[in-house]
Design a protein around this ligand. Sequence first.
Ligand code: 3PG
Ligand code: MG
Length: 372
Amino acid sequence: MSEIPRLEDLEARVGDLSGKRVLVRTDFNVPLDDEGNITDDFRIRAALPTIEWLTERGANVVTASHLGRPKGEPDPKYSMEPVRVRLAELAPGVELLENLRFNAGETANDPAFVAELVDGIDAYVNDAFGASHRSHASIVGPPQHVPSAMGRLLEKEVDVLLGLRNKPKHPFVAVLGGAKISDKLGVIEALLETVDAIVIGGAMCFTFFAAQGKPIGSSLHEPDMIDTCRDLLAKATEMGKTIHLPDDITGTDASGNFAQFGSRLGEGSIGYDIGPGSAAAFTDVIMDARMVFWNGPMGMFEDERFASGTRTVAQAMADTKAFTVVGGGDSAAALAQFKLDDEVSHVSTGGGASLELLENGDLPGLAALRKN
Ligand code: 3PG
Ligand code: MG
């Protein structure tokens, strides 16, 4: 993606950056606890290389981000204050605007809001990989008005994810979990073109079980997606690709007690995790791969009783010699919880954005920079 301007291109175009006001769109959408404390500052730290590159050159950096999903008006619950405090510790003297989504113009991509954002700004840098799949004002607007470039984080994310998509090393395995197949359908279809195998865990697997005619008890599933799962299984077979589904499940029985099952769950039983046999089998697939992309936990890992499938897969990601990429969100949080986040090749700061980039090979935020 050489056609997207980098920071060096921006400097060449604008000239001396000293004293220039540079708007940096970051993804500071960090998890907060009930008291409003940041529980993981990964996304703030990830923006530092770009911020430091600019401040070293004397630029006046103005950062801007959304936080949560406020409804287009100020909401104290989503104030940027905790982020401002942490940012001041990590990068003193860097400005941070108030939550972009306090203005309805942000998600609506209102030109008037874009004009407000670029007022007095000499250059724009997009380093908000996690939000670059959104056609929001702060993502797609500024490049139409001021010289623009991608920051270091965005550049790294794009390099790694497009590398998976366009230059796969085989065996290339995608490990997908989470609750909803509907969220991942597009990416599964796109991945089937490049991967050798897809490993499926999480509640998603019950929709596949239902498609295979297996009883799933009262497990979470998407009835609307059963036919789609049946089609995906058929399509994979046709393409000579393997879809690995769990063949044992951990959960609760009809009385609510912890229980182990095969891949058939009786009435009233609920599956919450892949079983130990499946976790071991999935480990083998990951160990034998040369490239692995993982998105979505294997089970309800927040509950220690149902964490072992996700922990085993996370450990396999750490142990394999494969090039390993973890797509943001819950799987990144799981990896951090198991203290394995330094053991994989790349942890993406974007959940939805990484899936969409793998699916489409492009993002609205990248297209906007390319046109700049
Ligand atoms: C994320 O957390 O995935 C990004 O910050 C995007 O947030 P959004 O899904 O609310 O647009
Ligand atoms: Mg490794």
